[in-house]
Design a protein around this ligand. Structure first.
Ligand SMILES: [Zn+2]
Length: 323
C-alpha cells in the first residue's frame, strides 16, 4: 500500500496493524530497528507478537515499537495513536478532546490524555541557538493569554502587571528567526528583565540582531553582546527591517486556536498548547519549504522517542484509567 497523503488515506492505511507497525518502525528507526535498552541492532522480529527481541541477555530484551516513546504503556493500538497524530499535526486550529473522542471512539478523558502525549512529542528539543551564523535577526516579544481581558494590547502591559495578580493571565514569550522562519515560545512566570533576558541568552546566539518593542525589560541587551533594535508600536509600527510582525502573527494564530478549539486552558497546561502551535508553525507549508500533511505527520513520528508523559505527571493524580 502507498504511504498515506490525506486524512482519509491515513485512516484506511492505519486500520491495518501491520501497516501501522511498519510505518512507525520506519520512522522511529530510520536506520533500522535498534534495541531501546542497549542500542544494539542485532534484534529478531517476533512476528506473531509484533515485538522485537534483542540478542543481548539483559532485562526488557523484548520490546514493542511503543517502548521509549510517548505511547509507552498505553493499551491503545497504534491505529488509534497514528490516526490521532495525523489529526493533531494537520488541523490548523488544533483538535479538541471532544472531536478526537468522536473520531476515534475512545472516551473524552482518554482523548484528552492522548492529545497531551502527542503535544509532548511535538515539543522541540533543539539544543541549537537561534540567530548566529545559521540564522538571521530574531524577533522577540511576549503576550498575555487567558484571563478576563482577552487579547489586551501590549501597550497596557505595565498596567496589566498589577492587574494580573487578580486576573490569572499567563505570559508567553516567543522568538522568531527571520531567516529560518522558525519560532520558539514558552510560558514565562513574569515579564521582569532578568526573566526575559535570561531566556534570550538561553535561546539566541550572542552577536545576533534582536528586535523587540521598547519595553524596558529589554534595555541593555547590547551589554549582553546582542545587536538590539526596538520598535514603538504607537508612533512607528514598522521601521524598515525593525519590526516584530512575524512573532505577532504567531501570537494571533495561537490565540485563534486557544479561543476557538480549546475553550478553557488551565495555565498549568498552556505550555503544551504552545508547543503544539509552534510545531505546526515551524512545519507549515511555505514556498521555500513546501511541506504537506504527510510530512508533518512524519515529523511528529520522528520526535516520538526519548519522551514520556504519564497520567500522574499530567494531572498530579494516580492513573485509574490511562490512555
Ligand atoms: Zn538490547
Amino acid at each position: 500500500m502507498k504511504d498515506p497523503k490525506t486524512l482519509r488515506d491515513a485512516i484506511v492505511y492505519f486500520s491495518n496493524a501491520d501497516s501501522c507497525l511498519e510505518y512507525m518502525a520506519a520512522h522511529r528507526w530510520p536506520g533500522g530497528v535498534v534495541c531501546p535498552t542497549c542500542g544494539r541492532a542485532d534484534v529478531t522480529f517476533l512476528k506473531t507478537q509484533r515485538k522485537w527481541q534483542c540478542k543481548s541477555a539483559h532485562a526488557k530484551r523484548q520490546f514493542t515499537a511503543k517502548v521509549g516513546t510517548v505511547f509507552e504503556d498505553s493499551p491503545l493500538g497504534l491505529e488509534k495513536w497514528l490516526a490521532a497524530v495525523w489529526m493533531v499535526a494537520n488541523c490548523k486550529n488544533g483538535i479538541s478532546s471532544y472531536e478526537l473522542h468522536r473520531a476515534l471512539g475512545v472516551t473524552q478523558k482518554t482523548a484528552w490524555f492522548m492529545l497531551h502525549r502527542i503535544r509532548e512529542a511535538m515539543r522541540n528539543g533543539s539544543l541549537l541557538k537561534m540567530g548566529g551564523s545559521q540564522g538571521g535577526p530574531v524577533e522577540v516579544d511576549e503576550t498575555f493569554v487567558g484571563g478576563k481581558t482577552k487579547n489586551m494590547h501590549r501597550e497596557k502591559r505595565l498596567r496589566m502587571q498589577t492587574a494580573m495578580k487578580q486576573d490569572q493571565k499567563t505570559i508567553v514569550m516567543g522568538m522568531l528567526d527571520r531567516d529560518t522562519r522558525q519560532v520558539r515560545a514558552r510560558v514565562v512566570p513574569n515579564v521582569k528583565r532578568e526573566t526575559l533576558q535570561r531566556r534570550i541568552l538561553e535561546e539566541i546566539e550572542k552577536g545576533s540582531t534582536v528586535y523587540t518593542d521598547r519595553y524596558t525589560a529589554y534595555d541593555n541587551l547590547a551589554a549582553q553582546e546582542f545587536i538590539h533594535d526596538t520598535v514603538t508600536h504607537v508612533d512607528e509600527y514598522v521601521r524598515g527591517q525593525v519590526h516584530t510582525q512575524g512573532i505577532e502573527n504567531f501570537w494571533s494564530l495561537l490565540k485563534r486556536t486557544l479561543s476557538g478549539t480549546y475553550v478553557a486552558v488551565e495555565p498549568f497546561h498552556l505550555d503544551r498548547y504552545v508547543d503544539e502551535q509552534v510545531f505546526r508553525y515551524n512545519n507549515r507549508h511555505t514556498k521555500d519549504n513546501p511541506l504537506n500533511d504527510a510530512d508533518r505527520f512524519s515529523a511528529v513520528l520522528m520526535q516520538l522517542s526519548g519522551k514520556r508523559l504519564t497520567y500522574s505527571e499530567l494531572t498530579g493524580k494516580n492513573a485509574t484509567t490511562q490512555a
